[in-house]
Design a protein around this ligand. Structure first.
Ligand code: AMP
Ligand code: GLY
Length: 424
């Protein structure tokens, strides 16, 4: 198969790396890709939000399968664009329709979907511009902590949790009245606080059948012991030791099955990955959020544990034949430590030379923000590099990733040294 992957992060490097190992992958393109994806496939300089450009590339290069990494093109309808064009609708496509992508693109839509399908989630109410007074009254009726969410995509920054009512009111004012997140916060979801431990579960579905991928936990905050602002993710671990079979059975029965059957019964076309952010509240799972793609950096620990042919899984999913595949998972631990730029998630510099990458041993490197400049590797983003190690002991895997994190060098390098500490 000739495969095109859309995206340019560590997630897409891991996806491309996995696909490049498949014996049915004949040729692999990544658009736009990065210096890491260029080592396992051919980077193509196209704008992935320009669907016409993506479509023309696929026709001209006889692409058999398209895999969309990030959410933005999905929310903007790239799957529908392919399905509705007769020159493109025979191409196998991994990624949901725009309606399906609303599970991530609109928190209010996701909440209503969960309610309709009896899927456990925090109690909530939504308020739009013009309902500010009502929203304030609702906040006053709740107990702290207060959870406020911008309805639309807000680059991972749209959730505010406050301990004080005044702070919550201030955030509500900024979101609804000052349009802090633009259109994304013209509706705000206010929901019950769930007290528990977070875990992410990934599902691949063809719209009818599904496969449950390994569980993973990511580390969102910039500082050790989960302090400081949120980031795209500073590390990840898979599997999550406290996720046992009894919990996973509840997740499958109460969440995965009703989600997949709800999509089908509501005629929402969904062939692709679903990332379910869960809270384990005293042994019971509740959905915090849906994402309509794989997580980053969770992908960097989940994919190395998949032993089955990944391209074959994707092909079967796109052909509605996922039930014919078996998913084989390696029983070892995978851990990822993310190296980031000094200053991230605030302002940071780009173009800083990276040294000693060639000295890394025993880990896989997935490039996030790295590019080639005059024959050297330089930083090109906030998250720079994911260092993944796999071992039958989590401690050994972590030691290898931390040792390699020390070896690699660039000005301003930062990483969390406590990844996995809470799970050991
Ligand atoms: P989200 O963007 O929906 O994943 O939310 C970002 C983070 O906020 C989550 O990873 C949780 O840590 C936290 N969060 C979101 N909703 C809730 C909730 N209802 N109760 C407690 N924590 C929450
Ligand atoms: N690691 C969280 C995300 O990909 O959204």
């Amino acid at each position: 198969m000739r495969i095109l992957v859309l995206g340019n992060g560590g997630r897409e490097h891991a996806i491309a790396w996995k696909l490049s190992q498949s014996h049915i992958c004949e040729k692999l393109f990544i658009a736009p890709g990065n210096a890491g994806t260029a080592m396992v496939g051919e980077n193509i300089d196209i704008n992935i939000i320009d669907f016409q450009q993506v479509g023309s590339f696929c026709i001209n290069n006889k692409i058999d399968l398209v895999f969309v990494g990030p959410e933005e093109p999905l929310v903007k309808g790239i799957a529908d664009y392919f399905y509705s064009d007769e020159r493109l609708n025979n191409i196998l496509f991994i990624g949901p329709s725009a309606k399906g992508a609303m599970l991530e693109g609109s928190k209010d839509f996701a909440k209503q979907f969960m309610q309709r399908n009896n899927i456990p989630t925090a109690a909530y109410k939504s308020f739009s511009k013009g309902q500010y007074e009502e929203a304030i009254m609702f906040l006053e009726s709740l107990k702290p902590p207060y959870v406020l969410k911008a309805d639309g995509l807000a680059a991972g920054k749209g959730v505010v949790i406050s301990q004080s009512l005044d702070e919550a009111k201030q955030s509500l004012f900024e979101m609804l009245e000052l349009e802090k997140f633009g259109q994304a916060s013209s509706t705000v979801v206010i929901e019950e606080f769930l007290d528990g431990i977070e875990v992410s579960v990934f599902v691949l579905t063809d719209g009818e059948n599904y496969k449950i991928l390994p569980s993973a936990k990511d580390y969102k905050r910039i500082g050790e012991n989960d302090t400081g602002p949120n980031t795209g993710g500073m590390g990840a671990i898979s599997p999550v030791p406290f996720v046992d079979q009894a919990f996973m059975n509840k997740v499958e029965e109460r969440i995965i099955k009703p989600t997949v059957s709800g999509l089908k019964s509501e005629s929402i076309k969904y062939c692709g990955f679903l990332f379910i952010g869960l809270m384990n509240v005293k042994g019971d799972p509740y959905v915090i959020e849906y994402n309509v793609r794989l997580g980053d950096p969770e992908t960097e620990v989940v994919l190395p544990r998949i032993m089955s042919d990944f391209a074959s899984l994707l092909r079967s999913a796109a052909l509605n034949k996922l039930d014919e595949e078996s998913l084989i998972i390696c029983q070892e631990f995978a851990v990822t430590v993310m190296l980031v730029s000094g200053g991230y998630p605030g302002d940071y510099r780009k173009g800083i030379p990276i040294h000693n990458i060639e000295k890394v041993t025993g880990s896989n490197l997935f490039y996030a923000g790295i590019k080639q400049k005059d024959g050297n590797l330089v930083t090109n983003g906030g998250r720079v590099l994911a260092i993944t190690s796999v071992d039958n002991s989590m401690a050994n895997a972590l030691n290898r990733s931390f040792a390699n994190a020390e070896t690699i060098d660039y000005e301003g390098k930062y990483y969390r040294k406590d990844i996995g500490k809470d799970l050991q």
